[in-house]
Design a protein around this ligand. Structure first.
Ligand code: NAD
Length: 379
């Protein structure tokens, strides 16, 4: 039985807690921690959890009955809490974004390595049947060499969204839509395509006056193998359509699931390749559906990693690769230049202070609330 402490019991925490309750034969929630303990008490009551409540994560570090710490606190606190938990010999599942800088990611990866513990970063969208199947289709090579990828990470959030105290500043949120929303699609992108070799980006804040951070960014990517890519991150898109579309030499496939295939006529003009579409669809249909999806799927994976001493699907390196692309977008958009990857300690934006010193403040954050009276969230 794996003893779990939940640190941060706000909006997203029920997804973690419900997953641990679902896997009650494998995990038990043994502590709830929040600097506002009333929130932890409220979650305990609503979800019928009988675990002690603490107001500081330090209180659980010496508790030998806790082996896994689930962190769902604001992004600027992830690295400190994760590092302390790993140093105390706990496994860690940390919400996205992994941390506020690549330097912090590297420290967390090092901490997990030294402690010999599992470190996983939440990217629950990988645990969706169509996403897993898309990855398998790409890995199969059936669409040929990928020549272009389009990522549309379109979300819509009203102006009040950034009133929450930790959102909307570079210091505590760490960034805007690219970091906190598009992170899901950037994770899927690097999982399926690998990291780009270079990128160029622009960003702005076109509709959220109570935020320093960007509410839209547009990046152009170039991959080592020659493929090009475009990635838009936005919280100003009504309809919130979200898409990844991979153009291969033989066919295009995407999420939400879609296939198109053309072949050439003698004059180069296209004609539909129905046979190939049917072949790819049959392959897609032959893959099994996931038993557990979203946070449930990822927490199943993390528990399995601990039980079998294996690496989780989304480990620290994977979380870092996603933050590396985001950091490169911030660097490029801030400095107005193309950025080459990978980014290491000599990069201009490696430390959080480097980023804070250089990024533009689009607006001054002037309104702040401790919590919303209704904190239902969609993911
Ligand atoms: N995976 C997803 O789809 C998804 C969706 C929403 C939020 N998130 C992420 O989850 C994290 C939390 O977001 P949220 O929407 O639940 O925020 P929230 O503000 O609703 O909850 C955060 C909670 O953490 C507590 N807290 C703050 N600092 C703390 C500390 N040092 N120790 C203990 N508790 C502390 C706060 O009091 C609050 O109750 C963020 O990193 C966010 O990006 C992920």
């Amino acid at each position: 039985m794996i003893g779990v402490a939940m640190v941060g019991t706000g909006g997203i925490s029920p997804r973690h807690l419900q997953a641990y309750l679902t896997f009650s034969a494998r995990a038990e929630i043994r502590a709830l921690v929040d600097i506002v303990p009333e929130r932890a008490h409220e979650k305990a009551k609503t979800l019928n959890i009988s675990a002690p409540v603490y107001d500081a994560y330090q209180r659980i570090l010496d508790d030998p009955s806790i082996q896994l710490v689930s962190i769902a606190t604001p992004p600027s606190t992830h690295a400190e809490i994760a590092m302390a938990a790993l140093a105390a010999g706990k496994h860690v599942l940390v919400e996205k974004p992994m941390a506020s800088s690549l330097a912090e990611c590297d420290q967390m990866i090092q901490g997990a390595k030294e402690a010999g513990r599992v470190l996983s970063v939440v990217a629950q969208n990988r645990f969706r049947t169509p996403m897993m199947k898309l990855k398998r289709i790409l890995d199969s090579g059936v669409i040929g060499r990928v020549v272009h990828v389009a990522v549309e990470s379109y979300w819509w959030r009203g102006p009040q969204y950034y009133d929450l105290w930790w959102r909307g500043t570079w210091e505590s949120e760490g960034g805007g839509v690219t970091l906190n929303h598009a992170v899901h699609h950037i994770d899927a992108l690097q999982w399926m395509m690998g990291s780009p070799a270079s990128l160029t980006a622009e960003m702005g804040n076109v509709g959220h006056e109570n935020a320093e951070v960007e509410d839209v960014s547009v990046a152009i990517l170039r991959f080592q193998q020659g493929a090009m890519g475009q990635l838009t991150s936005s919280v100003v898109h009504h309809g919130q359509e979200q898409k990844l579309l991979f153009q291969g030499e033989r066919a295009a496939v995407g999420f939400p699931w879609q296939i198109q295939a053309e072949r050439s006529q003698p004059n180069g003009f296209p004609v539909a390749n129905r046979g190939l579409v049917e072949e790819i669809q049959a392959l897609y249909d032959s893959y099994p559906a996931l038993t557990y999806e979203h946070h449930l799927g990822q927490i199943d994976d993390v528990l399995t990693a601990i039980e079998h001493q294996r690496v989780p699907l989304i480990d620290g390196q994977s979380g870092r690769r996603t933050l590396e692309i985001i950091t490169a977008i911030y660097e490029s958009a801030t400095l107005g230049k193309r950025v080459m990857l990978p980014l290491g300690p000599d990069s201009t934006f490696y430390q959080k202070d480097d980023l804070l010193r250089q990024v533009p403040r689009f607006h001054t954050k002037s309104r702040s609330v401790d919590a919303f009276s209704v904190n239902e969230i969609t993911t």
